[in-house]
Structure formats: C-alpha cells, structure tokens
Write a protein that binds this ligand. Structure first.
Ligand code: F3S
Length: 374
C-alpha cells in the first residue's frame, strides 16, 4: 500500500498510540488490498459497553495517549449515565462504565452515546467515514450514499486518531453495485431485513423491490436487521435510495415472502429504540400514549441530543409511565437480563437479545408494542 512521507513518519512515531493506529490501518489495508489511505470526515466508535469489553477493554482504552484528529462519536454505553440506578445498574458497573467514558473523552471523542450518528451530524453523499456500528454503516452507505466499511471499535479509534482509513470495500464505487434483485412481499421493514440478511450470500449486494415506499425510519429498521443477520454493509431500494439506478440492474433474481413471527412468550418488558429512536418515532409514540397509562414496563431508547431537543415530547411520554432512557439500549445494557420476555419492533434486537442477553423475544410493530404496554 502506498504511504506518503507524512504517513510513513506517523508509522514510526515516538508516540506508541499513533504508531499503533497507523500499524492497524496499514495492516487492514494490506489484508483487503487497499492501495492508499484516504481522509475521512468522521469516525464512530462502537463496543464501549463495559458489559462487552470488560476490564481488558478498560485498560486498553486508558492506555491510549493521542487525540482524535477528526470528529469521532461514540456508540451507546451499558447504562443511562444519569438514570442508571433506575435501570437497575449496580454501582460497580457504573464506575467501570464511567472509566470507559472518561478514557474516550480523554482522546477527544464526543460522548454522543448513540448508534444513530446520522441524526447527530450532517453526512453528505460520497463522504468517506470510518464508522463501527453495523446499523449506522448500512444506513450511511444505503440511505445517505456516504462511504464506510464496517469498522471494528479498534479500527474506528485508529482511523479517528489518524483521520484516515484504507481505501477498499465500500469506499470504491464498483463494490457498491447490486448483484441480486430481490422482490419482496411483506409489510414489516424490520422482518424483511431480518429474513433477507439470512438468505443473502456473503458477497451479495441486494437491489430490493419493495411493495410500497418505505420511510427512512423503516429503511433504518430494515438495514439494521439485515446487517445483524447477514453482515451486510449496503442495500439499494428501487426508486428510493440515492444510488439505486447508478448501476446495471442485476440479472439474478430472488423472491422473498415475509410473514409474521409467532409470539411465544408474554412480555414483561417492551423495549423500543433499536436503533435509537428518531424524532418522528418519538412523536408517533407520544401520540399513541397521550392521556394513557402503561400497565407494563415500556422502555424507549434514544440519543441524549434528541431527548433534549424534544424535551416536551419526552415529558409527555413519561407521564404515561413509560421511561425514556438515553446513552444506552436494551441490547448493550446488562439490565435487560432482569426480564424474561422482551417485546421489540427491531429485527436487530430480535437477533441479538436471545444471544447476548439470554432473554426470550417477541416481535411486533411499533404500534403493537405500545398497545401491548397499555
Ligand atoms: Fe443501537 Fe443497541 Fe440496537 S446500539 S442498533 S440500539 S443494539
């Protein structure tokens, strides 16, 4: 891989964090056949819940000794940093999680604590990014036509520090071309993404023919699920996503008929906000809960930035007894393990909750989830 003089100097820097960051980027570039590094507009770090990275992760983050050189945001943590007690988080977990956040703050990362960095900052078509959060990656590539590979937490930190990423994969137009045309029957975006991720082969980029126009919230749910069950980084939707007609229409065709998923447990927690809720979703929920009281735990997850911007809406939602938590989610927080059966409207949560939090899951639309809480 070609390195400029300046990049070579960074590789031999006296600062071990900078040298290591360059080493990581060069190693990745060589494995994936990149010919150079390219500048990025922003980085996004994932995998920062203490639940996921433990003491070894805390130690590694605390050992970092350099500042990020581009805007670098951060995924959800294992708790709401203010209402952690209310979530049932213990003091020990709180302290360790805060160590992680302080270490990230020390390197200059913004504690956005959201998996929807696309609501947090402006992202433009063709912007090169180094994001490590699968739903954010697939949304940025597919809905915003920006360019990012699926980074790991570590490579996103390295890219944030150096301000560059190796040029391969999604950064190159030719790798973004669809190679399979999928005709879909079904109504639920999350379930379509969930099933599609399962049937697509590793190297397949779908061009999807949907039965109707999906909102951006629906595309978010569909992409998040497809990235969870199928490791996808991009999809195109006929007539909708920005790059769908910039390539040849694939000749290979498949059909997918997505039905309902049977409900096999009675939820003791209803959790919405995987990925974090948008302003529109919060408004929809507020409308459904207006002048009503919930009978079951209804937890909503969104970014702190959005919760502040929609303070009044959040207050109205909470008057129903529902709780709006920030900085975290039902998948990365250990607190979900205190429940037995969780109802979600997210294909990603449907995939991960049984595996990571060992709880049973039932699926419903946003409206059905709210209804089940009343
Ligand atoms: Fe976000 Fe948590 Fe889902 S990080 S995409 S809400 S698993």
């Amino acid at each position: 891989m070609y390195l400029s003089k300046e990049e070579e100097k960074l590789l031999e820097s006296d600062n071990p964090t900078i040298a290591k960051s360059m080493e990581i980027l060069v190693a990745l570039g060589e494995v994936y056949g990149a010919d150079k590094l390219i500048e990025i507009k922003s980085a996004h770090i994932s995998g920062i819940s203490y639940q996921n990275i433990g003491d070894a992760g805390v130690e590694w983050l605390e050992s970092l000794n350099a500042k990020v050189s581009v805007r670098t945001t951060v995924n959800p943590a294992g708790m709401d940093v203010f209402r952690w007690r209310e979530m049932g988080i213990d003091e020990d977990f709180y302290r360790k999680q805060m160590k992680i956040l302080r270490a990230l703050e020390r390197i200059g990362a913004e504690l956005s604590l959201t998996c929807t960095p696309y609501y947090y900052q402006s992202v433009k078509r063709n912007d090169h990014l180094a994001w490590a959060e699968s739903n954010a990656v697939i949304y940025a590539n597919s809905v915003l036509a920006a360019r990012t590979n699926r980074e790991s937490g570590i490579s996103a930190i390295a890219a944030g520090i150096i301000g560059k990423t190796p040029c391969y994969g999604m950064h190159l137009k030719e790798n973004r071309a669809p190679n399979v045309l999928v005709k879909v029957k079904g109504n639920s975006a999350a379930l379509i993404g969930y099933e599609l991720g399962k049937i697509l082969k590793y190297d397949e980029v779908p061009l999807i023919n949907l039965p109707r126009k999906f909102s951006n919230d629906e595309l978010k749910l569909m992409g998040a699920a497809m990235a969870a069950t199928g490791n996808k980084a991009i999809f195109h939707v006929v007539g909708q996503t920005p790059e769908w007609n910039e390539f040849e229409i694939p000749t290979e065709k498949i059909e997918l008929d997505v039905g309902e998923i049977e409900k096999d447990c009675e939820p003791d927690l209803i959790a919405l906000g995987c990925p974090h809720l948008s302003a529109e979703e919060l408004l929809r929920i507020e409308k459904l809960l207006r002048n009503k009281k919930v009978r079951r735990e209804l937890w909503l997850f969104t970014s702190r930035k959005l919760a502040k911007e929609l303070e009044k809406v959040v207050r109205c939602i909470e008057q129903s007894g529902a709780k709006v938590f920030c900085d975290t989610c039902m998948v990365v927080s250990p607190t979900t393990e205190n429940f037995e059966c969780v109802m979600v409207n997210s294909g990603k949560a449907l995939e991960y909750l049984p595996k990571l939090r060992k709880v049973r899951v039932v699926f419903g639309s946003l409206e059905e989830c709210v209804e089940a809480a009343l």
